[in-house]
Write a protein that binds this ligand. Structure first.
Ligand SMILES: Cc1cc2nc3c(=O)[nH]c(=O)nc-3n(C[C@H](O)[C@H](O)[C@H](O)COP(=O)(O)O)c2cc1C
Length: 372
């Protein structure tokens, strides 16, 4: 490769910005080592907690939304909980992984109840095992909120600030907080985490609350476990535009105040191809994560990510990834500004007034009015 794909984020050198998002692709030593050996720059491990004995998964726990024509998976739902593996096993794994792959950036994703000592004990255990950074899971939407963990905590901005503060009080390594999109404005808890909690970065987004569908034979919602279901978290391609919006909104808010110049963003939601990842970087992400992507395509998808990023950098003459982090933010403006720019001048096929919709060829008119 002729281009340097590395990026330094919060003092950590990622060989490339591609990071496995917390979930099945980073759920034990075998999977994490596989990711590093395949070429991923970092791995956020599956979320661990102090007491895994309370975690009981069900199956089936995934559901897919297919495109109507070619049956491609465009949306993915899970009702999976955090890791069911004892913390002692995780600590052993973390040590062995760092010994075997010292250059791979290993991020522990942690979640606990609203209890300072529990959070700090967990931080110290993982930190002593040699992980490079923390991602605080304030965002998983199902299961754990019943114990006021994960998404339930993330929907309470003051709590996000306070808990991040407990972590940064004892942590000597970078701390990212992972946001739930199941809230009106992600920026509110994100700023709490940075301002009050003294966190170093924000990861976004976790999954979006969803019901993937209803089986029209059995009339049961899916995924169906012994005849019943429960709402889950939505991921994959379908969520990307929503994730891009959250990313750009936060990145713009950070960019507008020099006080936040060292705060990092790790964007995710539907990244499956290099072009997807590049969009997140252009809208302000320093690193990008993917979870459902490798679940559907395997770890090898990182080869296309790296080749595509390099080709993009060649084409646009960027030497370093950081040269284009947030580059496209400058082109996002208000609707009234767009109107000023347009100055009422429309191409012949563009509709300028609602009365021009004909009713007979609404599909063609819609096509003419779309940019892609
Ligand atoms: C099966 C599955 C399990 C997940 N488990 C976790 C988890 O333990 N902790 C966490 O922070 N996020 C978890 N996530 C969320 C992902 O890390 C990611 O935020 C989300 O899926 C959006 O990214 P994607 O479209 O690349 O998957 C999980 C996602 C899936 C699909």
């Amino acid at each position: 490769m002729s281009k340097d794909l590395s990026i330094v984020v919060n003092g950590l050198k990622f060989e490339n910005p591609f990071v496995i998002g917390s979930g099945p692709p980073g759920t034990n030593k075998a999977t994490i080592l596989k990711a590093f050996k395949e070429g991923w720059g970092g791995v956020v491990a599956k979320t661990c907690s102090l007491d895994a004995s309370q975690v009981h998964n069900v199956a089936p726990r995934y559901g897919k939304l297919y495109s109507r024509e070619n049956k491609e998976v465009i949306g993915f739902q899970n009702i999976e909980l955090i890791s069911d593996r004892p913390i002692e096993d995780w600590i052993k794994d973390f040590k062995e992984i760092k010994a075997e792959c010292p250059k791979g950036i290993l991020i522990a994703s942690i979640m606990e109840e609203y209890d300072k000592k529990r959070w700090q004990d967990l931080v110290i255990m993982c930190q002593d095992a040699g992980v490079d950074a923390f991602e605080l899971n304030f965002s998983c939407p199902h299961g754990m909120p019943e114990r006021k963990m994960g998404g339930a905590m993330g929907q309470n901005p003051e709590m996000v600030g306070e808990v991040t503060g407990w972590v940064t009080e004892v942590s000597k390594i970078p701390v990212w907080s992972k946001m739930t999109p199941n809230i009106t404005d992600i920026n509110v808890p994100a700023f709490q985490s940075i301002d009050n909690g003294k966190g170093h970065g924000i990861s976004l987004i976790n999954t979006i609350l969803s019901v993937i569908g209803v089986d029209l034979e059995t009339l049961r919602p899916m995924p169906t476990v012994k005849g019943y279901s429960t709402p889950g978290g939505y991921s994959a391609q379908a969520v990307r535009p929503i994730a891009l919006h959250h990313t750009m909104k936060l990145a713009k808010a950070f960019r507008d105040n020099p006080k936040y110049k060292d705060i990092s963003i790790s964007g995710m939601g539907g990244i499956e191809k290099a072009s997807d990842a590049i969009e997140f970087i252009l809208l302000g992400s320093h690193t990008v994560q993917s979870c459902t992507g490798p679940m559907l395509q395997g770890y090898k998808m990182v080869h296309e990510l790296k080749a595509g990023l390099e080709a993009f950098m060649e084409k646009h003459n960027f030497n370093k990834v950081e040269d284009f982090v947030g580059h496209s933010l400058q082109y996002l403006t208000t609707h009234s500004h767009l109107n000023e720019l347009k100055q009422g001048k429309f191409e012949s096929k563009e509709l300028s007034k609602d009365i021009e919709w004909s009713g007979d060829n609404i599909d063609k008119q819609t096509k003419d009015m779309a940019s892609n």
